[in-house]
Write a protein that binds this ligand. Sequence first.
Ligand SMILES: Nc1ncnc2c1ncn2[C@@H]1O[C@H](COP(=O)(O)OP(=O)(O)O)[C@@H](O)[C@H]1O
Ligand SMILES: [Mg+2]
Length: 290
Amino acid sequence: MMIETDNLVKVFRDFWRRPVVRAVDGLSLSVGEGEVFGLLGPNGSGKSTTVKMILGLLAPTSGRVCVFGGSPRKSRVKARMGYLPELSHLHPFLTARECIMYYAGLCGLPRAEARERTSQLLAMTALEGQADRAVSGFSKGMARRVGLAAALVGRPDLLVMDEPTSGLDPAGTRDVKTLVRMLAASGTTVLMTSHLLADVADVCDRVAIMSRGKLAAAGGVSALLAKQGEMQLSMPGVGEAAAEDIAKELSARLGTPVSASRPSVSLETFFLSTVARDAPEFKLAPFLSR
Ligand SMILES: Nc1ncnc2c1ncn2[C@@H]1O[C@H](COP(=O)(O)OP(=O)(O)O)[C@@H](O)[C@H]1O
Ligand SMILES: [Mg+2]
């Protein structure tokens, strides 16, 4: 297991140490190696608090959190994690390249290697053209790309992303989702939080839904979303009238109502096919080949 939490609790207290909020309330979950895990929940349900405890940035009130089999407060464990915070506070006067170089320095990379990885990451996040511009002029989507590159510069085995798609347009969202799948394919474990259900359903293997600090549901995405006791047929190349006939015949044969309808593409797919891209897509780079 990459991440294991056992009966994790976080109570925030006020100045007089009086309990104010039970942000996380007895959370037990586990994330396996190579998994893309989604932590879902409405605003204020305790997602960010959980993430910060997993990263060792916040001490639990009670319960246990284990990452790579150890405490996330150990530097040995921290060195293997990458973190994309909800808001990346990038230094406005630095360029994209300098920002990533700065984080490479924090990871303790030698200068030459830092420079090489930075170039690879700029290529992967399609920021090459903007690499030497100050990040203060960047759009939200571009700033998120810099944040992602910074989170990846230490080649983490575990990437933790807090609301990676919030505030991004559909193209930016798709890029983040593509990147997550690429990282998963290269063996990186990903934990992401979101309040946008569709984003999580598309990329996660497993999800946990949090409500008021507690686990409300957990499981494989396809299993959670599958409708029980119902099947669907697909008939490419069949016209509407023919489908109605077939439905009638089947209905008579099975003794249950059978309906025919035209499948629809998601609004996201339609939108992306209609709108011209103004940002280049992420590219698979040598960075990911381990
Ligand atoms: N540093 C803090 N001090 C006091 N309360 C906090 C703090 N951080 C978060 N909370 C509270 O904990 C609850 C969960 O917050 P959070 O984990 O940020 O939720 P989410 O990320 O799901 O939106 C909220 O009620 C929030 O107000
Ligand atoms: Mg949050």
